[in-house]
Design a protein around this ligand. Structure first.
Ligand SMILES: Cc1cc2nc3c(=O)[nH]c(=O)nc-3n(C[C@H](O)[C@H](O)[C@H](O)COP(=O)(O)OP(=O)(O)OC[C@H]3O[C@@H](n4cnc5c(N)ncnc54)[C@H](O)[C@@H]3O)c2cc1C
Length: 380
């Protein structure tokens, strides 16, 4: 066991930090938060440096980095800014399903524009009546000759308003439940696709979400991603990996908030002393740092197993839960250290506070992570 990052990993972190110090100006982040738009220009620069889906193989424009290395990048981007960092990491979401389960033809078509920063993608599971429970879906795909006809509605889908393609989980055999679902890749410009942006969410406002209606959308047979009727199982395996990415996103945001609070505590004077001279504040900072360090160890361990080709669902769930609950608490504590200024947008902590909250909800809520982990721990 070696807790030290390699020289290459330290260099990756340094390179991301150099990029974010130049591009992630707080006033720019505040502007995107206000106008609720995707920061395309910064995204393309980020891609040029190889930070978008760097774990994709070189033949698809990636860097062939390990998943662990990718987590270091996610953490560093979100540490630098919770809003812009999140926008940088969500673009490949649908592409990841193709990366994990797609055909060679699909990988060649869909992955290079992602790593070049030209396209962003969506992965659509959630429906108005099916969020945590996707064991049955109302979005259907009906085989018809050489095609499938997709009908239904997906909602709360990240990047839907700007995605070039969507990977969608559909019910193909309604009577077969989870054994009757398949994944399909749908190009944005197909007939019958209707996408509406969902406005005014609480945080991560530079990452747009939307509702997608499929009205008799016709896709060819080769739009199937992975194996027929394995869509649900592919999706579960996908989340076992990507939710560790959410854990790193949360850790990064909380690390950023902690560092801001530490700096502020050393500057702010009250009662003739710096805040950091009060033992209560010192202890709060130590508790925040301790919680972050311990959550990080679990997240890195989950990533380490993924790189070894051993996906351990309960470990991914535990890592996501520990990291996200720790992050929400740490950002809250950071806001407390800022006092009233923490509540004002000029100091950015309130934005981190709004942004970090989603990590306990998407890619499986905290409660659902516990349900999954319990199933594995109890051998059910
Ligand atoms: C900003 C944002 C981005 C998103 N991006 C995407 C995306 O890209 N793709 C996508 O498919 N979805 C996306 N989602 C949807 C997200 O994954 C769902 O909101 C989430 O899975 C929860 O589903 P729900 O909102 O329907 O809540 P529900 O499933 O209705 O749950 C409501 C509450 O009940 C709890 N609950 C439900 N069932 C149980 C149970 N069995 N035991 C205990 N508690 C339970 C939940 O934990 C939660 O607290 C996004 C959501 C948001 C807000």
């Amino acid at each position: 066991m070696d807790f030290e990052l390699t020289e290459e990993q330290k260099e990756i972190k340094r390179a991301v930090r150099e990029f974010t110090e130049k591009e992630f100006k707080p006033e720019i982040a505040r502007e995107y938060d206000l106008k609720e738009e995707f920061p395309w220009e910064i995204y393309r620069k980020c891609a040029k440096l190889g930070f978008i889906a760097p774990h994709f193989e070189e033949e698809y424009g990636g860097q062939g980095l390990s998943f662990f290395d990718y987590l270091l990048i996610i953490e560093e981007l979100c540490r630098a800014d919770s809003t812009l960092g999140t926008a940088m990491i969500t673009g490949p979401f649908g592409g990841e399903l193709i990366h994990m389960f797609g055909s060679e033809e699909q990988k060649k078509k869909y992955l290079p524009p992602i790593t070049r920063g030209e396209w962003v993608s969506s992965a659509a599971f959630t429906e108005p009546n099916h969020g945590s429970d996707i064991t049955f879906l109302e979005t259907t795909a009906k085989p018809e000759g050489d095609h499938y006809i997709i009908n239904g509605t997906k909602t709360l889908i990240t990047n839907a308003p700007i995605a070039s393609f969507i990977v969608v989980l559909c019910q193909v055999k309604p009577e077969a439940g989870v054994k009757g679902q398949s994944l399909f890749v749908v190009d944005r410009d197909v007939e019958g696709l209707d996408i509406t942006k969902i406005e005014h969410k609480m945080g991560i406002k530079a990452s747009p979400i939307g509702e997608i209606s499929f009205n008799s959308v016709r896709v060819p047979k080769n739009a199937l991603v992975g194996c027929e009727f394995m869509g649900f199982y592919h999706s579960m395996e996908f989340f076992d990996v990507t939710r560790v990415g959410v854990a790193a996103q949360a850790l990064g945001m909380a690390q950023g908030a902690y560092e801001k609070a530490l700096k502020y505590a050393k500057e702010r004077m009250q009662f003739g002393r710096r805040l950091s001279d009060f033992q209560v504040i010192q202890h709060k900072l130590v508790d925040m740092a301790t919680a972050l360090e311990s959550a990080r160890l679990l997240v890195y361990k989950a990533a380490w197993y993924i790189d070894k080709g051993r996906i351990i669902p309960e470990l991914s769930c535990m890592a996501k839960n520990l990291a996200t609950s720790t992050a929400v608490k740490v950002v809250n504590d950071a806001l407390q250290i800022f006092g009233g200024y923490g509540y004002i947008s000029d100091y950015d902590i309130e934005r981190y506070y709004r942004d970090v909250r989603i990590t306990e909800i998407y890619e499986g809520t905290t409660e659902i992570q516990k349900n999954i982990a319990a199933r594995f721990l109890l051998g059910k």
